[in-house]
Design a protein around this ligand. Structure first.
Ligand SMILES: [Fe+2]
Length: 437
């Protein structure tokens, strides 16, 4: 989907209003299209505290529009259901009390059909508001609507990673989507790309949409560094396993070694051996492990241990951002589909995903960095409830860059900062090696 961009200082003129309507309808329809292969029972399950049921996602992104736009700006708006403010509030203390995150899977009511009715109700009210709002409200409505659409797209990726975990817990190992023919790996140059370093500017620049955590732009110093031209593959990672990587305490951070022992990790999440052969659970069901695809579903701890084993290190956020900025935005990302999803999985490298210096720079897997998710110098959350969107999570997490096979196009950019806890591995998370130049 093309990203609709507005200057916040300008009122919404008629053509821009049409673009905003189109973007709204497109993003909202896409969320439903992504669920088309799922039963209503699939959409209720919560397989672990970090996973939200699909139905909850569909309602929560709707709650976002209702809470921050309709209740604030639609004259005389009456909420669809008074209890939904509580049920579908994720973490906004400014809005009020919320239903506990680990208990979202207990919400058998409202039914799936009622959630779809809620979506349709809010869609209609939103489109009415965008059509009839007075001119002086237009810039603020644009800003909030574009934020709401970007928020919904973030949840589209979470819906895919969450349902993958849900289905992986079912002994039948069901497929969510049809699988396309496997992509063929194309031999491309494999090596290291060198970068000079020096003083560089990091963070968002330009007029396009960015989240507040990508700002302000600021200067950092980088020593010369090199990046591997491709992400670490399943073949690479299998060599680490077969070399006893999960048994070698000296490769691991102390916290990581503790998790390896307590969780009994011996391979990435979703890897399993059948008849002596490694397989991987995918959104298209269980498949033989594709050795040429980037390794996915590894934690920060595993990525860090692998890098140490390989005689390299993880890149910093700044190093990856500078490298990504020099690459064309192309890659294996969430496909644009009207009536369902293609199989979402990291793929072997292909000629069309080769860039200037790196292969698969964007898409396939989020790449762990060695950088804490922290505020940029001078960062200030926006005033009000939406200031809770990013800033309060800047503690104990690590930054990931580049987007994955489940990331919507509009979220694939060099300055984008994804973040997860170091033990997390249910996202499409992989790595790329770095070393001194
Ligand atoms: Fe959210």
């Amino acid at each position: 989907m093309a990203v609709v961009q507005f200057s916040p200082a300008q009122p919404v003129r008629a053509p821009e209003r049409e673009d905003l309507h189109l973007a709204f309808r497109t993003v909202r329809a896409r969320s439903l299209a992504l669920t088309r292969g799922l039963s209503s029972e699939d959409q209720l399950v919560q397989s672990m505290p970090e996973v939200s049921p699909t139905k909850w996602h569909l309602a929560h992104v709707t709650w976002f529009f209702e809470t921050f736009i309709l209740k604030a700006h639609a004259h005389g708006y009456r909420p669809f259901h008074p209890g939904f403010e509580h049920l579908f509030n994720s973490y906004y203390n400014s809005v009020g009390e919320m239903h506990a995150r680990p208990r979202r899977g207990l919400l058998s009511r409202p039914s799936h059909d009622e959630v779809l009715d809620y979506r349709a109700f809010v869609d209609e009210k939103m489109l009415q508001l965008l059509e009839t709002a007075p001119t002086h409200l237009a810039p603020e409505l644009s800003r909030l609507t574009i934020l709401g659409l970007n928020h919904e797209e973030q949840h589209q990726e979470l819906m895919m990673t969450d349902i993958k975990h849900v289905l992986s817990c079912n002994p039948l190992l069901p497929a969510a989507f049809e699988a396309p023919a496997p992509a063929r790996s194309i031999a491309l140059e494999d090596g290291w790309a060198g970068y000079e370093g020096g003083f560089v500017m990091l963070g968002h620049a330009g007029d396009g949409f960015a989240f507040d955590n990508e700002t302000p732009r600021h200067k950092v110093w980088l020593r010369p560094f090199s990046l591997r031209t491709r992400p670490v593959s399943n073949r690479d990672y299998l060599a680490f396993i077969e070399d006893g990587g999960y048994d070698a305490f000296d490769l691991w951070l102390s916290d990581g070694w503790a998790v390896v022992k307590s969780e009994g990790w011996e391979a990435p999440l979703y890897w399993t051996k059948r008849d002596g052969e490694w397989h991987e659970f995918t959104l298209a069901g269980l498949r033989p492990l594709d050795l040429d695809a980037p390794v996915a579903h590894v934690s920060y701890y595993e990525a860090d241990a692998f890098a140490r084993w390989a005689g390299a290190r993880l890149p910093s956020e700044a190093e990856l951002e500078i490298a990504l900025r020099g690459e064309p935005i192309t890659g294996n990302v969430l496909p644009d589909v009207e009536d369902g999803a293609a199989m979402l999985a990291p793929m072997p490298r292909a000629a069309e995903h080769a860039g200037n210096n790196l292969m698969q720079a964007y898409g396939d897997v989020w790449e762990w960095t060695a950088s804490d998710y922290a505020a940029y110098p001078g960062f200030a959350p926006v005033a009000g409830a939406l200031g809770e969107y990013n800033g309060k999570f800047m503690c104990n997490q690590f930054v990931l860059k580049g987007g994955s096979c489940a990331t919507p196009h509009g979220h694939v950019r060099a300055s984008y900062r994804n973040f997860f806890y170091p033990k997390d591995r249910w996202q499409f998370t992989g790595l790329r090696l770095a070393k001194p130049y």
